[in-house]
Design a protein around this ligand. Structure first.
Ligand code: ADP
Ligand code: ASP
Ligand code: MG
Length: 418
């Protein structure tokens, strides 16, 4: 039997009526002759609610218990989806991550797949079941504990199942009808793309476009999964939505193809650290050990000697997700107390956002950064940190200018025009 993976995100299973709506889409594919693996997210808002419970109980919580709590939303929707399909006379069974089992590493909160043995689900298909409903986002650690794959992780569950079961396609049903040049909720001029290259989607996702979890794009690229994003609220067919595919399948080529943003950033500066070999390692080692996800890094060499230091000093600025500021501060204070690093002050700015432009065309075009900075200057937006790579340029700015910056960049690179 040909097999499809269909993933429904939080808004697509937000209540019983929407679960029924999603089930009808599954029913249509079963009628076309497919066996289907359905991956479900928690009802929208549920995971956030549970994260709130955890943070309200323990500030520097034990990540194993975080996973035990926040993974539970998916159990509800998986069972309900199976029940709804049964009501439609479709033989369906639900699976929690540990029952499959979806074996992952024990990196709680951001676990990675080790393997997904097919035997249990294959046996059910062999018995005549048409649909396996699997709770997204969850896994099982080697220690036998429940893990989660990081926020938005159901996308990654879907792609991993598509790869493991050799699915014809992996369809990600969500609350927008495809992938746009930027978040259509922020820029009304955003334009839907028919296709987008894996590399570009990978950058957009890792820079904040939450329409797909970064890791899902990585897996799809590696295992050549045909990955599609489409609406769960509209009538859809095999040409709907946006296909994520290889670069050479794409006709359209622009220098910049998308703008991404990430709202929840923080900028931290260690003031007057010593300027000597090993200092960066003394700072970022303890941060990594504390599980802090450092993104942009800037070191400003200071030619002056000042503060309490006898030798040359420098300031080290880096960005972290805003919810990891407390963890980062603790790691730095402990490293200072242990004599691993010296600094006079740690300044945290929690009101920043990151805005990025992405495009494979940047590889062969000069002047993209200049155009970007000019557009931001025209809106009087101050740039705090800049980072570039082969196909992206990111800036850290005040959060209150984020939407304005996204719109200005979308206009500047004429992304509304095909
Ligand atoms: P789900 O709950 O279905 O997983 P998400 O909220 O995680 O849905 O992702 C869909 C959202 O991603 C959209 O509602 C949209 O606001 C946002 N988004 C951000 N960037 C883009 C983009 N470039 N194209 C489409 N949607 C985007
Ligand atoms: N429910 C999880 C989250 O909100 C996983 C997902 O929706 O993909 O992050
Ligand atoms: Mg999502």
């Amino acid at each position: 039997m040909p097999l499809l993976v269909m993933k429904f995100g939080g808004t697509s299973v937000a209540d019983l009526a929407r679960i029924e709506n999603a089930a009808k889409k599954v029913q249509a594919e079963v009628a076309r002759g497919y066996d289907v693996i359905v991956i479900v997210s928690a009802m929208s808002g549920e995971t956030n609610r549970m994260v709130g419970y955890v943070e309200g109980t323990s500030k520097l919580y034990d990540a194993r218990e975080y996973d035990a709590v926040v993974s539970s939303g998916e159990n509800v929707t998986a069972g309900l989806m199976a029940l709804r399909l049964q009501e439609m006379d479709i033989p369906a069974r639900s699976w929690q991550g540990w029952q499959v089992p979806i074996n992952t590493t024990s990196a709680h909160g951001s676990a990675r797949f080790i393997d997904i043995p097919r035997a249990n689900i294959d046996a059910k298909f062999a018995e005549g079941f048409k649909v396996a409903v699997v709770a997204g986002f969850q896994g099982l650690s080697p220690e036998g504990r429940i893990t989660t794959l990081g926020r938005g992780g159901s996308d990654t569950t879907a792609v991993a199942f598509a790869a493991a079961f050799g699915a014809e396609r992996c369809d990600i049903y969500t609350d927008v009808d495809g992938i746009y040049t930027t978040d259509p909720r922020i820029a009304s001029k955003a334009r839907k793309l028919d296709k987008i290259a894996f590399e570009e989607m990978l950058e957009l996702a890792s820079l904040g476009a939450k329409v797909l979890q970064t890791r899902s794009v990585e897996l799809a690229m590696r295992y050549k999964v045909r990955l599609r994003v489409l609406s769960s609220f509209e009538d859809t067919d095999e040409n709907s939505g946006t296909l994520v595919c290889d670069e050479d399948e794409i006709m359209e080529s622009k220098v910049v193809s998308g703008v991404a943003y990430s709202r929840d950033e923080a900028k931290m500066t260690l003031v007057t650290v010593e300027d000597r070999p090993g200092v960066a390692s003394a700072i970022f080692g303890p941060l990594a050990d504390a599980g802090v996800n450092v993104d942009m890094i800037v070191q400003n060499i200071s030619e002056k000697n000042y503060g309490t230091h006898s030798g040359a000093v420098t300031d080290m600025t880096f960005s972290v997700p805003v919810n990891q500021v407390a963890r980062a501060q603790k790691a730095m204070e402990e490293a200072r107390a242990a004599g691993i690093i010296m600094y006079d002050e740690l300044i945290s700015d929690t009101d920043v956002a990151k805005v990025s432009v992405v495009g494979i065309g940047m590889r062969s075009q000069v002047g993209v950064a200049a155009r970007m900075f000019k557009a931001l200057a025209a809106e009087n937006i101050n740039i705090k940190v800049i980072a570039t790579s082969e196909i992206k340029i990111s800036v850290l700015i005040d959060r209150r200018y984020m939407e304005l910056a996204v719109q200005a960049l979308h206009d500047c690179f004429e992304l509304d025009k095909a």
